[in-house]
Design a binder for this molecule. Structure first.
Ligand SMILES: [Zn+2]
Length: 309
């Protein structure tokens, strides 16, 4: 499981940073890629990665500001032009209005898609668990921005224990159907009368990963709730230390506030994105340094950077 950052800038694109989008690559887990936000130019960034647009099965939108959604019509149209590839449906989750934005853009531009989009819109009253599959559950909660904006908590379900095949072979279990039975937790008796207890050969279940991806927000308790015990928290850092007042006025956070959220939630790792173009590279190292005084395991991400979870 990896996160690849497609756009890490705030508001408008700069040479170094495109506007908001990131890909949660779940290729080993479910052979899918989930996009979070889709600012203008996201499809160009994707061209610089190994991500195949057809693998993008779900798109989660945090809020309807242009720098988070203007890339949708272009991406959706290009996704249709995949010669010789099977067309697969796509789900879009986001605040009420996202469906009308997408359908209007497609209709006005005369774009017809050869696949279906399933829209899952929500508002203040219909948040909480927004998706559950056999492997993942996704929750959304409202943040505190200048318009309705949410954060997402993606929870992987616990992973089953694995079968220790070497140990089974050593115990004299012949490779074959018995392996399957033991894998399913069934105790078996071998021909020579040896009893094999399944539990002795299956490792304990491993806890699933928790990934929290927030939209734009002032510091709020909702961020902490979404991030509790997360393996990774992706948090905006539009402003730096000392800019708390201006951050508040514009509905954003500073690096210090993001670090406080990470500390309060007890996350393992904090990744800062939504970085203003005002910051030069020396400012970026300062952003990290300052945040690290509050929460040590912090990193300011770059476009196209890939982080393993
Ligand atoms: Zn915004």
């Amino acid at each position: 499981m990896d996160i690849q950052f497609l756009g890490t800038g705030a508001g408008q694109p700069s040479k170094a940073r495109n506007v908001s989008s990131l890909a949660l690559k779940l290729l080993d887990e479910i052979n899918e890629v989930w996009l979070f936000d889709c600012g203008e130019g996201t499809q160009n960034r994707i061209l610089e990665t190994t991500i195949r647009p057809r693998k993008v099965s779900k798109i989660f939108i945090t809020h309807l500001h242009g720098d988070h959604i203007f890339g949708l019509p272009g991406f959706l149209s290009s996704r249709a032009f995949q010669a010789n590839e099977e067309q697969t449906d796509l789900d879009i989750y986001g605040p009420q209005g996202i469906k009308s934005f997408v359908l209007t853009s497609l209709r006005v531009s005369g774009s017809r898609l050869p696949y279906r989009i399933h829209f899952h819109e929500f508002d203040q009253d219909s948040l909480g668990k927004i998706l559950e599959t056999d492997k993942f559950t996704v929750y959304a909660e409202e943040l505190d921005h200048t318009i309705f904006c949410v954060g997402y908590r993606v929870m992987q379900k616990d992973l089953e224990g694995t079968l220790d095949a070497e140990k089974l072979k050593a115990a004299g279990v012949p490779f074959g159907p018995l392996f399957g039975k033991i894998k399913n937790g069934q105790d078996v008796v071998l021909d020579d009368g040896t009893e094999i207890k399944a539990a002795d050969y299956i490792s304990a279940p491993r806890p699933g990963k928790i990934i929290t991806i927030l939209g734009d927000t002032r510091k709020t308790n909702a961020s902490v709730r979404l991030a509790v015990n997360a393996d990774v928290l992706v948090h905006e850092s539009t402003y730096g230390k000392g800019d708390e007042k201006i951050a508040r006025n514009h509905g954003h956070s500073t690096n210090m506030q993001a670090a406080q959220v990470a500390a309060e939630a007890g996350v393992k790792r904090l990744l800062l994105n939504h970085i203003s173009a005002r910051f030069l590279s020396k400012d970026i190292s300062q952003l990290k340094k300052d945040a690290a005084t509050v929460f040590e395991n912090v990193h300011v991400v770059k476009d196209l950077e890939e982080v393993e979870i």
